[in-house]
Ligand binder design. Sequence first.
Ligand code: PRP
Length: 185
Amino acid sequence: MQDYQNFLAEVLIDEKTLQKRVIELAAEINRDYQGERILLICILRGALPFMVDLMRQLTVPNAIDCMAVSSYGAGARESTGNIRVTMDLQTNIEGKNVLLVEDIVDSGHTISRVLEMLRMRKPKTLKVCVLLDKESRREVAVPIDYKGFAIANKFVFGYGLDLDEYYRNLPFVGVVDLNRYQGVG
Ligand code: PRP
């Protein structure tokens, strides 16, 4: 495995900045849902570290569930809008305050389709919390209620975001220098 130092172009968001923002987002959520309970839904796998850090800062009573989706059609890396649920929720969300947690919104197709699917299950409320927003890549409009950072269209990894499924554990968000990244060998 290549050490990330060999292909790290820059640390885009360092650990301290990430954690500070997570605390701020949690404070907003705690305030908005005062007196309520919420169900956090993690869209696997990228949102895992973010959701775990976020939930530890919540004082509003919260339960968690996870779902996994994959896009199919043209292009392996690009989201197409054809989203398939590969692992569904275990929880009946009808009548619940649901907060979707995502690591990144790019084209917007994933969140948009997931929201459509979940709306049909009649939650009491349905909101979206996203760590990173690549606004310039948006193809479909998505409502983002809680946003960590707007970022430029750079190839990012770390803090949940993978490079060929690895490096999700890094505590910061970095930018890949693709000329120096050799892939997972
Ligand atoms: C990433 C991310 C979002 C989606 C965003 O997931 O976690 O789910 O892409 O892209 P979009 O806005 O263009 O739809 P990915 O498919 O890389 O899976 P992962 O979370 O398991 O890494």
